[in-house]
Design a protein. Structure first.
Length: 95
């Protein structure tokens, strides 16, 4: 845990069928999350990337899935998302 040091983490899970409810339940204790597209989430968490990875790996069917977990800052990324997504991201990043 990183007490008081929450940051934004992007999570991408490989293609294929995913039990979305099980993923959401796995992420819930880790912090606030935004599910913005298919198999992609943004998590506002104080947990380490390894702790987050282990949470996802425990979801049935995802123990061998391709997963990318990366810390990010809105000032170092770009893309097209709905305004409500950017608002959520910016509110949690202090932007």
């Amino acid at each position: 845990m990183y007490p008081g040091n929450r940051r934004l983490v992007h999570i991408g899970i490989g293609s294929g069928w995913i039990n979305m409810e099980a993923v959401k339940q796995a992420l819930e204790p880790a912090g606030e999350w935004l599910h913005y597209e298919g198999h992609c989430w943004v998590l506002h968490s104080g947990e380490s990337l390894q702790q987050i990875r282990d949470r996802i790996r425990r979801v049935p069917g995802l123990d061998t899935a391709n997963i990318l977990i990366s810390e990010f800052r809105p000032t170092t990324c770009d893309g097209w998302l709905p305004e409500w997504c950017w608002k959520w991201i910016n509110e949690r990043s202090g932007q």
